[in-house]
Design a protein around this ligand. Structure first.
Ligand SMILES: C[S@@+](CC[C@H](N)C(=O)[O-])C[C@H]1O[C@@H](n2cnc3c(N)ncnc32)[C@H](O)[C@@H]1O
Length: 221
C-alpha cells in the first residue's frame, strides 16, 4: 500500500471512529451572532433566525418592512436583498444614529430614518399594502410596548410584528437594563391584543424556542 493511501486510510478511520459531535451552546451562538455579517456588513442575527426570516419574507411577500434598529445595516441589507429577489418591496430602517455601511446607503430599496422610531412619521407608510414590522431596537420593555402601540396597526393580516431578542432572559444579560425586556413585552401583548397570535410554526421550527426571538413572532390575524 502506498504511503499516501495509508495516511488517507488512517485519516478516514480516525474520522469514522472519533466522536464528530455537533457541539454548540447558547453562549457560543450569542458570541458568534455579534460577529455575523451579510455581504461584509455587520449583522446581529442568530443563524436560525436568518433562515426563519427568509421563510417568513417569502411567505408574506411584504411590500414594506419597517425595521427598528439599523446598527450597521447588515440586517436591512439582508431583508432588502430578499425582497428584491422575490420582487416585493422595500425596507424602512430606523435608528437613533446612523453609522451604516456604504452598501446599505447605496441599496435602492432601503430608506434610512434617523431620530428613533419615536420620530418616524406614519405617513411614510402610505400606499403600502403588506407591511411587516421588526423591532430590534433598544429591547427595553416599555419601549417595546410603546413601539408596538405605534406600529402594530400598520401590520397587514397574515403578516408579522416581530419582537427580537427575548432570548436575553436565558442569556442572563442584566435584565434590569431592559426593565424586563422583550419577552415580558411579548407576553403582555399576547395577553391583551387579540389581533396577534404567537406563531408556533416559526418559534419552534428548529426545536422548542430555538430562536433568539422566543414568543416574538407575532402574527396578525
Ligand atoms: C441590536 S442593534 C440592531 C441590529 C440590527 N438590526 C442587525 O440585526 O444588524 C439595536 C439598535 O437599536 C438602536 N436603537 C436604540 N434605540 C432606538 C430607537 N428609539 N429607535 C430606533 N433604533 C434604536 C441602537 O442604536 C442599535 O443600533
Amino acid at each position: 500500500m502506498s504511503l499516501l493511501k495509508k495516511v488517507f486510510n488512517q485519516f478516514r478511520s480516525a474520522n469514522v471512529n472519533s466522536d464528530i459531535v455537533f457541539q454548540t451552546n447558547l453562549k457560543l451562538i450569542e458570541k458568534a451572532h455579534h460577529q455575523t455579517s451579510y455581504r461584509g456588513v455587520t449583522m446581529v442575527k442568530c443563524p436560525f433566525d436568518l433562515v426563519l426570516y427568509q421563510m417568513i419574507i417569502s411567505e408574506v411577500c411584504p411590500d414594506l418592512i419597517i425595521e427598528i434598529g439599523t446598527k450597521k445595516g447588515g440586517s436591512a441589507l439582508y431583508f432588502a436583498d430578499l425582497l428584491r429577489n422575490i420582487g416585493c418591496g422595500e425596507v424602512h430602517t430606523i435608528d437613533i444614529e446612523q453609522a451604516v455601511d456604504e452598501k446599505v446607503l447605496k441599496a435602492k430599496n432601503i430608506t434610512l430614518f434617523e431620530g428613533g422610531w419615536q420620530n418616524y412619521l406614519l405617513e411614510n407608510c402610505q400606499g403600502f399594502k403588506r407591511i411587516m414590522v421588526i423591532d430590534d431596537g433598544s429591547h427595553v420593555y416599555d419601549e417595546v410596548l410603546a413601539a408596538f402601540e405605534k406600529f402594530n396597526k400598520l401590520v397587514s393580516v397574515g403578516s408579522y410584528y416581530i419582537i427580537e431578542d427575548g432570548i436575553i432572559d436565558q442569556l442572563n444579560i442584566k435584565k434590569a437594563w431592559y426593565n424586563g425586556g422583550p419577552l415580558k413585552a411579548s407576553l403582555d401583548i399576547l395577553d391583551k391584543e387579540p389581533s396577534f397570535v404567537f406563531d408556533k410554526k416559526y418559534n419552534d421550527f428548529f426545536g422548542p424556542n430555538a430562536t433568539f426571538n422566543p414568543l416574538g413572532y407575532l402574527k396578525k390575524v
